[in-house]
Design a protein around this ligand. Sequence first.
Ligand code: FES
Length: 121
Amino acid sequence: MTAHPVTLHVCLACRAAGDDDAVRAGARLHAALADRLDGRSDIRLSGVECLSVCKRPVTVAFVAPDKWTYISADAVHPDEVIDAAERYAASEDGRVPWRERPPLLKSGLVARIPPQSEPSR
Ligand code: FES
């Protein structure tokens, strides 16, 4: 089975203390991720306007077909975001075992959403 690429959504509008309208933490994180992910096809970077977790910049979301979606906040370090995306990609259904999660998927976790294929009760 071929693994689907992970889509990594990054809020471009998230603003850290001291940011002005022109330069925001979300846009800075997105630019740093774009540099690091250039040439990779396993993680697709997507800049979005807002993920509605505005008080905890920067917010990111990990999405892939048939996997749980994870939304995390307080993302600052691009290498940690990529590490989380790689662990998410390697997981069977998006749920990374607790002991293997980076802080972004522990204390930074805001929500997880089941895949469309998840049977309802
Ligand atoms: S401004 Fe980033 S989540 Fe709303």
